[in-house]
Unconditional design. Structure first.
Length: 205
């Protein structure tokens, strides 16, 4: 399992059931302690420290925004702006439709297609920022990271990148492992046109 897949799976968990908290710390009181030197702070989990970093990055982005943008006035549209701004720091090659490697997960040669943020990274990022927004006093119904426009954008990015990179993002479901009969013998066909289970109960009898 690659890191990207793991991140995507983690993000899927975050987005699907936002009400359940895995690592909720009930001992945290509402009044925050005064800032302390780093050495005396307990070690944060990777997720928590990443969330803090992301939140700071977004705060910095708001500060540098022209015209300046207050968090309280931040909408889903601004979040989309932020995500697109992040693309310039991306490291994931996303082939354009004109590229000969469009749909290749492992292109044999370099190409001039742009580097972008991978969908899995963006999805996980939004999950963290969404949590951070509410932890920092934001109201959930005002949460710009939970806006419909953001969800739609992420879905579009996922579909676009799946096609461009020849990667299928599968949702990880925690169900009993089901052993399917291997009647689908793999041919050298492409990965996209897998027969989806769209038909239901077309049996005769
Ligand atoms: Zn390309």
């Amino acid at each position: 399992m690659s890191a990207a897949v793991a991140a995507a799976a983690a993000a899927a968990c975050v987005s699907s059931n936002s009400s359940s908290h895995h690592q909720s710390d009930r001992s945290v009181s509402l009044t925050l302690p005064p800032p302390q030197p780093l050495s005396s702070l307990p070690a944060l989990s990777r997720y928590e420290s990443q969330k803090r970093r992301d939140w700071n990055t977004f705060g910095q982005y708001l500060k540098n925004h022209r015209p300046p943008l207050a968090l309280s006035r931040c909408s889903g549209a601004h979040v989309l702006e932020f995500l697109k701004y992040l693309d310039q720091f991306g490291k994931t090659k996303v082939h354009t439709q004109n590229c000969a490697f469009f749909g290749h997960s492992h292109p044999p040669a370099p190409c001039p297609c742009p580097l972008k943020q991978a969908w899995g990274s963006l999805d996980a990022l939004i999950g963290r920022l969404r949590a951070a927004f509410e932890e920092n006093g934001g109201q959930s119904e005002m949460n710009p990271f939970g806006a419909r426009a953001v969800r739609l954008y992420l879905r579009e990015v996922r579909d676009t990148q799946a096609k461009a990179r020849g990667i299928v993002y599968e949702k990880k479901k925690r169900k009993k492992p089901q052993q399917l009969p291997q009647h689908l013998t793999a041919t050298d066909g492409n990965h996209f046109d897998q027969q989806g289970g769209s038909g239901s109960g077309s049996g005769s009898g």
